[in-house]
Design a protein. Structure first.
Length: 251
């Protein structure tokens, strides 16, 4: 990972932005995260300045992303690439057998209800169990989620993150979502810029590196990203610098 300063803003960038821990600080619960007017204006400016080439790349469901950033409706990949809305508004969803996932959701939900402090996030296809409030339950949570994931077979896999374990669709990740965006207008032909903070973002860093783009890791820890930035506040400041240069130029 480069210790050099972040690249100077360029007009040909296409933005791929993780949300939690990247654009916004982590909260104890996913539903406690708030988005203010300044954040919405920044994303709107980036989208305008990049000719529409901006997408949010998240573990959250697309419907949840829309709720956070309303009234903005942005290109987005949700559930780690299991669902994706392209820049023209078309939705693409990974097909899966819902019945076993619903049974798994019932089991995880019952376990969370019996252990105060655990937060179960049922995203429809992906299932996440957060233990940020009760880190002492990490081993138990891991054992449960490993067992449930194994029961779902090869179509699903267990993804570890910051104080969370998530069962997600196999073969779909943030990297595959970015690759799909980059094959479409208005992203095609631009330099991809992906910023993320967690293990799930490493898939995206790999794809962006292969494309000769700019991969940026937020915070500490090993990573395949080529650059590093301190925290979410620094991310917002760096993006605002790009917007200040290129939104005025387009205007």
């Amino acid at each position: 990972m480069s210790g050099a300063p972040l690249p100077l803003p360029s007009a040909d960038w296409a933005f791929f932005l993780d949300i939690d821990g990247t654009l916004l600080e982590h909260a104890d619960r996913p539903d406690a995260v708030k988005v203010d007017g300044a954040m919405r204006r920044l994303l709107s400016d980036l989208q305008q300045g990049a000719g529409g080439a901006l997408a949010l790349i998240s573990g959250r469901a697309v419907a949840d992303i829309d709720g956070l950033f309303a009234p903005l409706v942005l290109a987005a990949a949700g559930q780690h690439g299991a669902e994706r809305r392209d820049a023209s508004g078309g939705m693409h969803r990974h097909a899966f057998d819902a019945a076993p996932v619903r049974r798994a959701a019932e089991r995880i939900g019952a376990y969370a209800a019996a252990h105060p402090g655990l937060v179960f996030e049922d995203k429809g296809q992906n299932l996440a169990l957060h233990y940020r409030l009760v880190p002492q339950h990490a081993d138990e949570v891991s054992a449960l989620m490993e067992e449930v994931a194994a029961g779902l077979g090869e179509a699903f896999e267990l993804q570890r993150g910051k104080m969370v374990l998530e069962i997600r669709a196999g073969g779909r990740d943030k990297g595959s979502a970015i690759a799909e965006f980059m094959a479409e207008a208005p992203f095609r032909g631009r330099t991809p810029v992906f910023i993320g903070d967690d293990l799930t973002d490493e898939f995206g860093f790999g794809v962006v590196n292969d494309l000769g783009g700019i991969s940026v890791k937020v915070g500490e820890g090993p990573s395949g990203a080529r650059w590093r930035i301190a925290d979410a506040a620094a991310v917002r400041a760096w993006l605002a610098e790009w917007a200040a240069r290129h939104v005025r130029r387009r205007a």
